[in-house]
Design a protein. Structure first.
Length: 197
């Protein structure tokens, strides 16, 4: 295990192997510096190396996490969403399905809340998202993660028909007499994530 053997003249106050701060030097510095190569020159530029190390690790971790998220969005189905109550202003958490239609993440349903044929039923979650589009998308199957998201209601009839005609939304078509029922009465929102590249 390598630690810095130089005195960091360019980084006053930064502990090194010669600094005398035994606890920090013996345990924290080695964990970092074993992954941080020294820069050329007589001084180690410890602080600069550390900054480069954490920047690189942050980028790598973010890319890895984004890959995990993309995989979960392709394979998972059941999530929780945390919305803000349209009237109460309080957090509301419910379990719900989401669907990935050619890379577009949507939350939808049949016109009737029971999932069976019947008249349109008002959805509290949709009312909440209409009032407060910002919500939390909570993975609970292959990934345990909560992401900030924004919902945009799909109101264009052609887009609604496109989404509800997709192979991924076949279950919903099987619950009604005609796709026209879904186009007319289904709750449909598209999900946009703030922190996923």
């Amino acid at each position: 295990m390598r630690v810095c053997a130089h005195t960091c003249r360019d980084s006053p106050g930064v502990p090194t192997a010669n600094s005398g701060s035994d606890g920090f030097v013996r345990y924290i510095v080695p964990m970092v510096l074993r992954e941080v190569p020294p820069l050329p020159g007589n001084t180690c530029h410890w602080a600069e190396n550390l900054c480069q190390f954490w920047t690189r690790e942050y980028k790598r971790t973010k890319v890895d996490m984004n890959e995990e998220i993309r995989k979960a969005l392709s394979t998972d189905r059941t999530i929780d969403i945390i919305t803000i109550g349209a009237k109460s202003g309080l957090p509301r958490r419910i379990e719900i399905w989401f669907t990935n239609v050619n890379g577009r993440i949507i939350i939808c349903g049949t016109p009737n809340a029971t999932g069976e044929k019947g008249a349109y039923t008002r959805r509290d979650w949709l009312a909440n998202l209409r009032a407060h589009p910002e919500f939390t998308f909570c993975f609970k199957e292959s990934l345990k993660l909560e992401l900030p998201a924004r919902a945009v209601e799909i109101v264009d009839p052609e887009d609604r028909r496109y989404l509800m005609s997709a192979p991924e939304t076949k279950w919903y078509r099987d619950q009604v007499d005609s796709i026209d029922d879904l186009v007319k009465g289904s709750p449909i929102v598209e999900v946009f994530f703030r922190d996923v590249a």
